[in-house]
Write a protein that binds this ligand. Sequence first.
Ligand code: NDP
Length: 248
Amino acid sequence: MSRFENQVAIVTGAGRGIGEAIARRLADEGARIAVVSRSESNSQKTADAINAAHPDAAKPYAVDVADFDAVQKTGEQILADFGRADVLVNNAGITRDTLAMRMSSEDWDAVINTNLKGAFNFSRAVLRAMVKQRGGRIINISSVSGLMGLAGQANYAASKAGLIGMSKSIARELASRGITVNVVAPGFIETDMTAVLSEEIRKGAQAQIPLARFGAGEDIASTVAFLASPEAGYITGQVLAVDGGMSM
Ligand code: NDP
């Protein structure tokens, strides 16, 4: 399969977890990949793994997505290195869970700045190039938390719900330029982010999932690949929950 031959995809938070699965999947289907994560070591690790399977397909970039100026520079570097940007997957995200009455200003800002502003920052960095190309795909990774709210996640749910509003606005702004913007809202997925959950919380979560299990990074990667593909050309401004039925 090479649905993404001659295309360039930027995947943030691709150092591990869901982002790594997305980057590998798009590379397996022919895309060249800008692998973005916060740490050099993790972006390098994912890029090495992709290049081992597809020589010279991937390049690593380490940047804090919350830093507007640094992201604009990284975007320029990616465009200089690859010459184009067809797909942007805003996946980088963090949690700082605690009850609202205990939540610090730092916990609020860190989560909003990474999850929501980070996605704006990267979109801002590549949209002009996509407009010039007269086409592009942006896929923002939200969460069931942004759809339903989850206790202990006022900051995270706000960031993930905010992504939905932002995506619909940009989808409206740029539809006439052939750019689609969609959202994938994962439920509980097995990654480092959920590995820290206690057995009690895992059991409680599983009880709320009709398919009665956590998903895998590949479940999200295959959905992102669909939304980035020509088959999804008439879909924009939509939210697709990939959550074992949790949010229905
Ligand atoms: P992980 O914690 O496993 O990985 C997060 C990735 O994001 C890492 O590569 C990390 O970089 C990167 N990252 C974090 N902060 C920044 C930053 N400021 N700048 C650049 N990169 C950053 O998370 P998951 O794979 O589990 O989650 C991926 C996305 O999916 C997130 O947006 C998350 O909110 C969302 N999601 C996850 C769910 C789950 O159950 N796992 C459920 C619903 C949504 P590095 O590797 O360098 O540290």
